[in-house]
Design a protein around this ligand. Structure first.
Ligand SMILES: C[S@@+](CC[C@H](N)C(=O)[O-])C[C@H]1O[C@@H](n2cnc3c(N)ncnc32)[C@H](O)[C@@H]1O
Length: 220
């Protein structure tokens, strides 16, 4: 849904309601064990929350996003960081001519691609990752197959109300829209897309039945 992400109103609605706090970002990035010499890329970098924290450790950080509004916010966050590069691009159009990435991330972003496109995107970017490079994904990772979503929906909504607590009423509409009309999917489909692009899964976690993550390593 790139059109929404080009709307000022939608972007500020998203960032206000869903922008991650520093502790959440630090916990997420910790799994990548960033070091100063890394070449770090964040796909769907949004307003630059991950990039700003990564840039405290890493010299070269690259943010990719389709939204000029998000990239303008990220640019402000990264002001003065000479090794930061922001690229306005849709995932499937992304091209890279720089050094191989040693660490990669995509948080709440690749569910904008359907399952076939997830595989296509990962196959396209895989050659730009060094052997042994780590890639972290956190997103709508279901602990069931997407085909079961409608049958599971009542239980998922009940769980989400507890998961989001006081914020649930404000998030409910977006949550249902995302599950039904965007492309969060089952863990098997996510892991299959990474495996098909030459990544092995080295860690996985599930925060709820509808949100989880994985850590993948690029094989030689
Ligand atoms: C839900 S936000 C997540 C932002 C950030 N990663 C976070 O965790 O808060 C999704 C981001 O992906 C970007 N995006 C959506 N579709 C995209 C596409 N097809 N290509 C590139 N970026 C896209 C949006 O502009 C937005 O900044």
């Amino acid at each position: 849904m790139p059109d929404d992400w080009r709307s000022e109103g939608f972007v500020s609605h998203y960032n206000r309601l869903y922008g991650p706090g520093r502790a959440e970002v630090a916990a997420y990035l910790a799994r990548l064990r960033l070091v100063p010499g890394d070449v770090f890329v964040d796909f769907g970098c949004g307003q630059g929350d991950m990039l700003a924290v990564a840039a405290e450790t890493v010299q070269t950080v690259v943010g990719v996003d389709v939204s000029p509004q998000q990239l303008a916010l990220a640019r402000e966050r990264l002001e003065g960081r000479s090794g930061a590069r922001l690229i306005e691009s849709a995932f499937l159009d992304f091209r890279w001519d720089g050094e191989p990435f040693t660490k990669g991330a995509a948080r709440k972003a690749l569910h904008h691609l359907d399952d076939q496109q997830k595989g296509e995107f990962l196959r396209q970017v895989a050659p730009h990752f060094a052997p042994g490079a780590l890639f972290i994904l956190e997103d709508g990772v279901f602990d069931f197959d997407r085909a079961e979503l409608e049958a599971r929906m009542p239980a998922v909504l009940e769980e989400a109300a507890v998961y989001y607590q006081d914020a649930w009423e404000a998030k409910r509409k977006d949550f249902v829209e995302c599950l039904r009309h965007e492309f969060p999917t089952g863990r098997n489909a996510w892991e299959g897309a990474f495996a098909g692009a030459g990544f092995e899964i080295v860690d996985r976690w599930q925060a709820s039945s509808f949100y989880g993550g994985l850590l993948a390593r690029k094989t030689p």
